[in-house]
Design a protein around this ligand. Structure first.
Ligand SMILES: CC(C)(COP(=O)(O)OP(=O)(O)OC[C@H]1O[C@@H](n2cnc3c(N)ncnc32)[C@H](O)[C@@H]1OP(=O)(O)O)[C@@H](O)C(=O)NCCC(=O)NCCSC(=O)CCC(=O)O
Ligand SMILES: O=C(O)C1=N[C@H](C(=O)O)CCC1
Ligand SMILES: [Mg+2]
Length: 327
């Protein structure tokens, strides 16, 4: 058996009263074997470290984590390290072993004061507000951003060359390549994302990758595999367009277009449009969507006259509006 790939780094963990790790922030990570104990660079977290619980009931402790990237996840610190690697673009989606990730991450109340345990949240919120009330500065209420196992990416990693319309729509573990714009209704899950310049106004599900020069239109959906039965990981190639409110349960290759509002699933019966056959009065072939999965140069439309879903050939890919991607 070949050795597992490794990554390592210092992180700052938030640990609740029960000893659960709520999150770990790694400002910097390295791929490869970790240095020996006496050779480790020491990350200086300074006064951010506190062994006593603060008003949230949270301690902040430095952790040195080494992840065996081809092996299943061992704990929350390991899970956080792998999520950071993808958002830092040190690993592409679908290249790390993420087995067991939901079981290793704790459910957390994410707030403007950082993570809280779910248990006794109301009491801990009261403690924070009482502590803050003694300050001469105006203090913020405790605003809950989400209750989830994954935090928002940009509280941990801000990749260069991207725009993100709404921080809540991109989870830690998303991979956003340089030149990506995620508009307000877009969504990018962990272990998913873009490999080049892209416009994302729809949902990029876990395990989905979108190639350079492609556009996911407003409200568009790309089926994932975590829930609902689908097993095949879908992707989109380069210079393709998934129209507004369209969806796919298959992969698109390069230079493809799916008409706005059309959903193509693996079982959808698709008529292969062939001008010469139509002119000669010959019947057209019909295949399942799955047979066209990942193929290049196809435009999928629902023929608004016949109602049939058709695959028509297309010669070239779409061009993004360059001005929107000089991030
Ligand atoms: C499917 C396409 C690409 C088709 O475009 P075009 O009509 O320009 O294609 P074309 O190649 O020029 O069309 C060739 C011929 O096919 C015909 N044709 C096109 N669609 C047809 C249909 N559904 N049924 C029957 N015929 C059709 C055309 O009229 C034309 O006929 P003739 O030869 O007789 O002329 C488009 O309708 C589309 O859906 N584009 C997606 C755009 C999109 O969604 N972008 C994302 C924006 S996201 C956004 O704005 C956010 C909004 C939001 O948040 O909701
Ligand atoms: O990148 C932007 O900004 C975009 N703006 C458009 C708009 O504001 O309508 C939509 C697509 C991307
Ligand atoms: Mg705009």
């Amino acid at each position: 058996m070949t050795e597992s790939r490794k990554a390592w780094g210092w992180g700052l963990a938030s640990v609740d009263a029960a000893g659960n790790t709520l999150d770990v922030w790694y400002p910097q990570l390295e791929l490869g074997e970790a240095p020996a104990d006496d050779k480790r660079p020491n990350h200086d977290f300074g006064a951010l470290v506190h062994d006593q619980a603060d008003a949230r009931g949270v301690r902040r402790v430095p952790v040195f984590t080494v992840s065996a990237l081809d092996e299943p996840i061992v704990d929350a610190a390991d899970a956080y390290l792998r999520l950071h690697l993808m958002s830092m673009r040190l690993a592409k989606p679908n290249t790390l072993n993420l087995d067991g990730i939901f079981g290793k991450l704790n459910n957390v109340v994410w707030t403007n004061y950082g993570p809280f345990a779910v248990e006794d949240f109301a009491l801990r919120k009261l403690d924070v507000l009482k502590a803050a009330a003694g300050s001469p500065l105006p203090t913020a209420d405790v605003n809950v951003l989400s209750v989830d196992k994954f935090p928002r990416m940009i509280d941990y990693v801000v990749p260069s060359g991207v725009r993100i319309g709404d921080a809540d729509r991109v989870r830690l573990g998303a991979h956003l390549a340089e030149g990506t714009t995620v508009m307000h209704a877009g969504f990018v899950n962990f272990n998913a994302g873009t490999l080049g310049t892209s416009m994302v106004e729809g949902r990029v599900s876990q395990g989905v990758v979108v190639g350079n020069g492609s556009d996911i239109g407003g409200g568009a959906s790309i089926m994932g595999t975590l829930s609902g039965g689908g097993k095949l990981r879908n992707s989109i190639g380069e210079h393709s367009l998934l129209g507004a409110n369209a969806g796919i349960g298959i992969s698109l290759g390069d230079n493809c277009v799916v008409e706005a509002g059309l959903y193509v699933t693996a079982g959808t019966k698709v008529t292969i449009y062939d001008k010469a056959k139509v002119a000669a009065g010959q019947p057209l072939d019909v295949v399942k969507g799955a047979e066209l999965s990942g193929k290049d140069n196809i435009m999928f439309i629902r023929n608004s006259v016949s109602g049939a879903i058709e695959a028509r050939s297309r010669k070239k890919g779409i061009e993004l509006n360059a001005a929107l991607h000089k991030n």
